[in-house]
Design a protein around this ligand. Structure first.
Ligand SMILES: [Zn+2]
Length: 278
C-alpha cells in the first residue's frame, strides 16, 4: 500500500533533519569568564545541548551523595575548627569571583572538609567544594596557601572546565546517537559524564594554567599573598609522603608552572597590596 511506504521515507527525512540539526547546534564557542587582570581569554568549545544548568543539577546531586556518604562514614568535617578555617577563606574568595563572571557570587556555594588521607581538593560546577584533610595536614598549609588551593579549584568551576571536558567526551561519544542528543541527554548520562570529568579524566595543561592564573588573582583580591601558590607547589613537590594528586600529576611540567606562577603572582601583587591596605 502506498501510505505504508511513505511512513519510512518520512521517518528517514526526520532522521536526516535531526542529523543536520545536531551538526549545526552541536558545538558552540563560548566565553565562560572575563579575562581579569591575568587575562585568561581562550574561547571555549562547548556542546550546545549540555547546558550549564544541567551540569550544575548533576553536580548538586552528586555532591549531596558524596557529603551524605561521608557523613555516614564519619569522615565529614572531622574537626570543627578546621572546617571553619577552610570555610572562612572560601567566603573571602567568593565575592571576588564577580570579577570573572556575574552569576558566580550568587551560586549556592558549599564547602566541606573530608577526612581523606590524600593531598587533594576540588570544586564541582556551581561551587561545590571539598578539601581533603590530607592536603591540610600533610602540607601544613598556611592560610595563604589554602587560599591558593581554593582559588585554583574555584577557577576550574568558573571556567566550566568540567563542562568543557564533558563536551569533548560527548563529541567523541560512543553510543550517543544523534537522536539521543536531540532528545536531550538524560540526567543519568550527564551525571556519569560529570563524575568521569571530575574524578577520572585529567585536566588539560591549558586548563590547569588557566586555573592557576585565575586562582592567584582571586587570592590576591581577597588579601591573600598570591606568591603562596609558589610555596604550595614547592611543598607538594618536596613532600615525599604526599602522593601527587591527579590535578598535580597530570599538570603542566613543574618548571612551566613555576615560571607562570612567578609571572602572574607578580602581576597581581598590587591587587594584594591594595586589599591588605584597605
Ligand atoms: Zn587543577
Amino acid at each position: 500500500m502506498e501510505w505504508r511506504r511513505k511512513i519510512p521515507s518520512w521517518r528517514w527525512l526526520l532522521w536526516a533533519a535531526c542529523a543536520i540539526a545536531a551538526t549545526v547546534v552541536g558545538c558552540q564557542t563560548v566565553q565562560t569568564t572575563r579575562g581579569g587582570e591575568v587575562g585568561v581569554d581562550r574561547p571555549q568549545r562547548m556542546f550546545a545541548l549540555l547546558s550549564p544548568a544541567e551540569v550544575e543539577a548533576a553536580a548538586r546531586q552528586q555532591y549531596l551523595q558524596i557529603v551524605q556518604g561521608a557523613a555516614r562514614k564519619g569522615i565529614l568535617n572531622p574537626d570543627a575548627k578546621q572546617t571553619e578555617r577552610v570555610r572562612a577563606i572560601a567566603q573571602r574568595l567568593i565575592p571576588h569571583t564577580a570579577v570573572f563572571r556575574d552569576d558566580a557570587p550568587r551560586w549556592q556555594w558549599e564547602v566541606n572538609v573530608l577526612k581523606v588521607d590524600q593531598v587533594n581538593a576540588w570544586c564541582m560546577p556551581g561551587g561545590k567544594i571539598a578539601v581533603y584533610t590530607g592536603l591540610i595536614e600533610k602540607l601544613a598549609v598556611s592560610d595563604d596557601e589554602l587560599a591558593a588551593v581554593l582559588g585554583h579549584e574555584i577557577a576550574h568551576a568558573l571556567r566550566e572546565h568540567a563542562r568543557e571536558r564533558m563536551s569533548r567526551q560527548m563529541g567523541t561519544a560512543v553510543g550517543l546517537s544523534v537522536v539521543e542528543i536531540l532528545m536531550g541527554v538524560s540526567l543519568g548520562d550527564v551525571g556519569q559524564l560529570l563524575a568521569q570529568s571530575m574524578f577520572v579524566l585529567p585536566n588539560s595543561r591549558e586548563n590547569e594554567l588557566e586555573a592557576d592564573r585565575i586562582g592567584v588573582e582571586l587570592a590576591a583580591r581577597a588579601g591573600y599573598d598570591p606568591r603562596a601558590a609558589i610555596s604550595l607547589w614547592k611543598k607538594m613537590m618536596t613532600n615525599a609522603r604526599a602522593q601527587p594528586p591527579q590535578w598535580l600529576s597530570t599538570h603542566p611540567s613543574h618548571e612551566t608552572r613555576m615560571r607562570d606562577l612567578e609571572a602572574v603572582s607578580q602581576r597581581v601583587l598590587p591587587l594584594y597590596l591594595k586589599a591588605r591596605s584597605s
